[in-house]
Design a protein. Sequence first.
Length: 406
Amino acid sequence: MNAAAETPVKSMNGRSGKIDGEKSRAAKNLGAAASKAGAVGVMQVTDTLELGGAERVAVNLANLLPRDRFRSYLCASREEGPLASLVSSDVTKLSLGRTSRYDIGALRRMASFLKDERISILHAHASSLFLARMVSCFAPGVAVIWHDHFGRAHVEERPKWLYRAATRNIAGIISVSEGLAAWARNDLRVPADRVWYIPNLVDLGPATDEIPQLPGKPGHRIVCVANFRPQKDQMGLLEAMSLVIERAPEAHLILVGAAPTPEYRDTVLARIPALKLDRHVSYLGPQQRVAPILRGCDIGVLSSLSEGLPLSLLEYGAAGLASVATEVGQCGEVLDGGKTGILVPAGSPSRLSEALLRLLDSAQERAHYGERLHARVQENYGPGTIMRQVCRVYERAVPQVILRAA
C-alpha cells in the first residue's frame, strides 16, 4: 500500500461557553445590524466540527444562509475540529466544551446565549437533537428543527421510543432520504406537514486549489471518499479491486476518509496486502478539502451497504467524475436511476468490479457520465436549490416572522 502523507489541517480548540475569537466579534457586529433589520437568528448545532457528512452540511448551511433574512450561528457542543477553518467569518461560533450528555452548566450557558442573541431557531444535526431539545426547556419560544442524517438505517435500528420522546411537538424534521422521512412520519408519528425530505447540498464554488500529486496514473485513478465504518463496506471495495486489476493492472484506488471506527479501518488496511493490492491502493487519511483530490481522479466510487444521501456522491458530481455507487438510500436518485452514473447492487464485489472496468475501458463513457452527473448536481443539489427549501422550513418553524420570498 502506498501511504501518501495526509494534508495538515488546523484544529481550533473550543473555549467552553465562549464565542470564538476575532471572527465572532466582527460577526456579532454584523448580527446586531441584521437583528435591527428583523433578520431571524438561526443556530446550526452539531457535536463537533470533525470531518463528517453531517458536520459538513451544518457548516454549509451556516455559511450559505441569506444574510438579508437570517443571522447565522454555529454551535459545536463538544469540541471543534478541522472544519472550523471553513466557517465563514460572519458566522458566530459557540464552543460549549460539553463533557457529558447531561452537562447542566453547558445547557444553561447555551440557553443564556440563545436569549442574549435572540436566536429563534435551533437547527440540530444528527444526535444533537437531544441537546437541542434539552436546551429548549431552558429557552422557551425557540423552535427546534432536527436534521436526520442517519446513514445506517439498512443495518441498524434506532430506539423508536427515545426518538418519539425527543421529537414530540418538534417544529420540524428535515430528512436526507425518503426512507428517513417515512420513518419520521410512520414510526415516530410526527405529523406529515412537519417532515420534509431535503437532499444534501454541495457547494459548486470555483476550483481554486491546486491538484495535489496523487498516486496512480491519470486515466486509471479511482477514488472513494467515505469515513471508515462497516456500512461503507470498504472491504467489499477491496474485493472488487482484486478483480479489477486482473484485467486493468494499472488501476489505482485512492481511499479518503476519517476513522470513527479505528478497528474497522485497521481491518481494511490489513486486507490490502492480504489481497496483494499494495501497489494498487493508497490511503490518504482524512482530508479537509477533497475537491482538489477529486479533480485529479477519473472515477468516483461508493460501495456502501447503507446510506442516507451521501455528500461524497454529490462531490463526485461537482468535480465532474464518472461515478459508480451501490443502489442504497438516495444514491439511485442522485444517479437518476443509472442515467448519470452506474448503479450496482450492494454487497456484490463482482458487479462493482464490472462497473469499474467498464469505465476504465472507455474515456468516452467516463466523460459522458461525468458531464451528465455534473449537470444534474448543479441543477438539483446546488446551494440555491437546497437553500430555498431550507428557508421554507424555517418560515414554517417561525410563522410569526414574515420572511421575504427567496
